[in-house]
Design a protein around this ligand. Sequence first.
Ligand code: SF4
Ligand code: SF4
Length: 384
Amino acid sequence: MTHRDIAPEQRSTEVGPPLWLLAELTYRCPLQCPYCSNPLDFAHTQTELSTEQWMEVLRQGREMGAAQLGFSGGEPLVRQDLAELIGEARHLGYYSNLITSGIGLTKAKVDTFLEAGLDHIQVSFQASDSELNNALAGSRKAFEQKLAMARAVKEAGYPMVLNFVIHRHNIHQMNDIIDLCDRLDADYVELATCQYYGWAFRNREALMPSKTQLLTAETAVKSYRERLAASGSRMKLIFVTPDYYEERPKACMNGWGSLFLTVAPDGTALPCHSARMLPIDFPNVCETDLRTIWYDSPGFNHYRGDSWMPEPCRSCDEKARDFGGCRCQAYLLTGNADNADPVCSKSPHHDRVLAARRAADHATTGLEDLTYRNTENSRLFFRS
Ligand code: SF4
Ligand code: SF4
């Protein structure tokens, strides 16, 4: 794949600033979720930006107009400088969000982060009960720790956001999951059906629910929503539908290089956290300033606009709505990231999505069929 050469005057007039900055502080994580969106070969990337380098990234991002900042990973809590980075984010005027598994969090840290200026904590769970949660997380104590930390987050006065990735092994728990969130007095609950990138793509056959399972889950969420409204509860349920059961793709990241800028642990700058897999040379914040990366780098300009689009997207009257869908999904399913996202029923490769749906209808896979996200498996994968 070659880079496209776009004249600078053309770029800077068309492209707005990155409003959302995602700081992936580390790929280290004590858990092993088989749907993790980190790269399969994450173990190969051991370098992490220093505290000072991250602060410089935050400063440059804010100068360009970024307003929302996410700290994620891996597990961002393994970074000992997290409170310092939160303090700098507050000083710069970001609205900051910590995306965490809750492992490594303590009541004292919750309070320290609040004092440092953190606005928001999102705690992820794997399931509604300890047995399944811990099996999926690969940790015997994860569930109890998550419960304790969800309570600590609420007590400290943060808005409480709980996140569940939904797949065929926990989709039957929808009512139990929402019950649990209600008991924890969550403000927002993200029921995010698994999207198939990174480890989730590797495990797709063992994770993808059938259409019947999905419809049952959707109905459960809808009726729970009605009960919550009738009871005066303010808990919000956000059900994210899976791309593989749609006929049109989502406007991925609101368009390539449009709003979102991710910086990976080693400083690689990406238009989305999955894009590292693409055969594109992405720039690094250690070598290039963020402004140049965003406006002028070949990597960030690669899929801006629509001149790169082949048919059927090029002449499609819907291209301004979805930008041809997700480049990573196109790459994973067709081997060419330029193609229309195969989720689209107009794509000549849509049969691959239909085949995945059919396979999900007949799948008999169990937890033992999953490849867990850990350093050992990542190294094996890298060697292969
Ligand atoms: S998805 Fe699971 S394994 Fe991946 S970073 Fe989050 S907690 Fe860790
Ligand atoms: S053909 Fe391309 S632009 Fe048209 S709806 Fe499908 S993915 Fe979107």
